[in-house]
Every structure is written in structure tokens, then in C-alpha cells.
Design a protein around this ligand. Sequence first.
Ligand code: SER
Length: 314
Amino acid sequence: MSKILITGAFGQIGSELVPALQQKYGADNVVAVGHSAVPTDFAGISERVDISNVASLQELIKKYSIDTIYHLASFLSAKCERDPDLAWQVNMGGLKIILDLARDNKLKLFWPSSIGAFGPTTPKINTPQHTIMEPTTMYGVTKMAGELLCQYYFLKYGVDVRSVRYPGIINYKTEPSDGTTEYSIAMFYEGLRKGSYECFLKEDTALPMMYIEDAVRGTIELMNASSDKLTVHTSYNLAAISFTPSELVMELKKYLPNFTCTYKPDFRQAIADSWPKTIDDAKAREDWGWHHKYDLARITEFMFKNLSAKFLAK
Ligand code: SER
């Protein structure tokens, strides 16, 4: 039986991964760790710990007999550019602490990388699993270095650490956070709230994207895959769909016919321009059977339905 600890439990991915893990393993076997206030509607075991506090984390591992960690606490791309020093401290410092705890306590570990690990010299179309990786953002630098550190802990200490390079994740439970692909989430929020949105990327900026349910299911499937099947120990390419802001506008207009979008690119355009447009995830498909279920039409339908219900409930 898995005893799981999740850091960043109330963030973009955690807020959906935690309930999925609770359902699969039982609420008593999932410890949700965040650094700020626990959401009022959260049901389950929660702990408030700063990720740099090694002693407190070690205590939690002992207290709950933890055998698996999902380490999700990290800054997204735009936030990393706003404060690169803090980004290094949180993203890399946090990962190093968790890797050491995983090694010393013999824990299984999941850590998220991202399409942000790629850079302007990476082939942009069908980006291969193994290719040039020269990220030019601090977010990308922490993801690239993090992948290598994970592989090092696997090779040197035998830590069972697993990772995927998430594309932009589209979710509705948390407000859009300070990333680059998060324009897509903001478009749904603003569309429903105001009927209009000012996009910080150009209308023809294609980026790899995925619905949260696919991301959560894929993450759990990777963690349950048999270790002898896994051939990638840095991080697996993971893909679903790719679209541009103007393609998303067209879909959203099917639900909000009067919706309007204007474009005012800012510093996040350069971040997006340094990332791939489409990803080749054949290795994940071969090694552990990854497949996505949500296309753009379905994502739009579910986002619209779920966000409308969320706004109505308030
Ligand atoms: N969603 C992330 C970002 O834009 C990409 O991994 O920062």
C-alpha cells in the first residue's frame, strides 16, 4: 500500500492530483503538503511545511510512514523570470532536498519537468525525446538541471525517481498562475467573467497543451509502471495537442459567441518562442502505454462546463 506525500498539493496540478490519489489509495494514505493556507473545501490530511525545512519534512516522512513523494512545489516560467534567484532556490534547492530525502528514506519519487527544458536551438516540430536542450529561461535552466540531477540520483544511488516533461496544463480548479501557457486558462476565466481577454502572446503562437485529467492520469500511470519498462531516467516527453491563441478563441466562441480577444505580447512571448510547438512522445507511449484522451473541442467543453459551475457556486 502506498503512503504518499505531495508537495505543492494545492497548486495547479496538486489540486487535481491529490483527489485522484485519495480516490485510488484512500484519503488516509495521502498527505497534502502546502506552504500557504489550506483551501477551506479541502478534505483529507494536510500539513503546512516550508519545502526548505528538511527536519520538518523528515518528521512527516516518519510520522506517516511515507514511501512515495510527488514533489510538485515549484515556480512556473514567468515567475522564474521575475525573480531568477528565488526561482533557483525554490526549484533546484527544493528538488535537491527531496532527492536526498528519497535516497536516505528509500522513497519513490515523482518530479515534474516541462517543455520549458527545451530552448531556441531545439527542433520545434515533433521535438524528439533526445535532442539539443539549451533552455534560455531560468525556469528551463532549473528543469534541465533538475532532470540531470534526477538521473544522477537514479544512477548513483538507485533512487526510483520518475518524471515527465509536461506541456501547458489546462485546469479550472485554481486561478491561472504565473506561467506562459497559462494564457489559455486565463482566457477561459476572463471570457466567462468579462466576455473579453487581452492575450500576452501573439495569436499564432502554437504551444503543446494538455487537459489536467490527462496529465493526472498519465502521472499516476507512470508511477505505477513496472520499473524494468522505463528507459528514460531524465524525463519523458509527454504530448496531447498543440494550438494557438486564435484557435482557442474560435473554440471558445462556440460557447461564448460574443467573446472578444485582443493581443498585447509581453516578455512571455520570448519565453513561448523559445519552446517547441509540437512534441514527439513515442517513448512514453512505447515504454508505459501513455495516451491522451482530450482534444481541443473536449477540453473547451469541459473547461466551459466546469468553470461555469464553479462561478455559479460562488
Ligand atoms: N505551464 C508552464 C509555464 O508556462 C510550462 O511548463 O510556465
